[in-house]
Design a protein around this ligand. Sequence first.
Ligand code: NAD
Length: 309
Amino acid sequence: MSNVLVRTLGSRDVAKDAKDSYLVGLIGSGIGPSLSPALHQGEADRQGLRYLYRLLDIDVLGIAPAEVGRLTRAARDLGFDGLNITHPCKQLVVEHLDALSPQAEALGAVNTVVFEDGRAVGHNTDVTGFAASFARGLPDAPLEHVVQVGAGGAGAAVAHALLTLGAGRITVVDAFAERAEALAAALAGHFGPDRAAAAPHGAESLARLLARADGVVHATPTGMAHHPGLPFPAALLHPGLWVAEVVYRPLRTELLRAAEAAGCATLDGGGMAVFQAVDAFRLFTGREPDAGRMLADFAGLAGTAGARG
Ligand code: NAD
């Protein structure tokens, strides 16, 4: 066994024993089509690791979302090294963990649990994953004022990432005004009162906001196969606006196509999906994954899975 350095819990460096076999899993509902097993196992294969990524689908197992704590403890007791957590358990799992990373604590949501020395430590690699994808894909994007459409789970992670990256202020809109207001209030509490606000949803409000914003992040399910269409009229897009998409099935959504046609710089949702896996792999194993190779894997997998939505 060798020792490698892995960065956890913010800036603290801890030594983690590098093993050569790992057992990890994903807890969530309806996760059959997830690309995570193939992404993780592909990278592990290249690194010569024995790495099993099991799907623990609560629908298949007949387990209620509120029982995620029991399932997490069972996985720890059975020798799992860690878990990814997805809808609808990201918030529910928090109270069952022994410690949280700063991002997970700020968000109150966890998508990665690492079992270390009998403790369950929660992280949020949706936040770090979007930040890495944005820094790579839109490195020179102006960030003075960003509009975000969608205030659900992905929206909360993305807004945290953008404010951490230095966005001046974010205006959040959502079809449910109370969701936009709750997220804006949480962001303002964490990052400062001038840095986040909610605005009414609707074409007129968005037209005013997007005319002056530097960029817009889309974080609703609109554009997925079962939610086709655009989240707002294409006429609101203009070349002075960058457009970041969170949806990644399909990779090229109707919004991205309209944004490209309008001359906007764009970022698809695939980078966030890959970098959250990159960061989770590093947390599980203490080994540095090859993000470039995982991005290439994802492009191949999304090409064949994209039509499934
Ligand atoms: P969610 O249900 O938690 O939140 C979606 C929010 O969008 C809700 O608050 C809803 O009221 C709002 N909304 C829906 N339609 C709207 C519209 N037309 N205008 C304004 N608001 C609208 O969902 P989520 O978990 O946040 O997921 C959103 C999308 O992000 C999904 O497509 C999901 O697949 C994707 N996602 C991508 C990644 C990634 O890694 N790229 C990660 C997580 C989620």
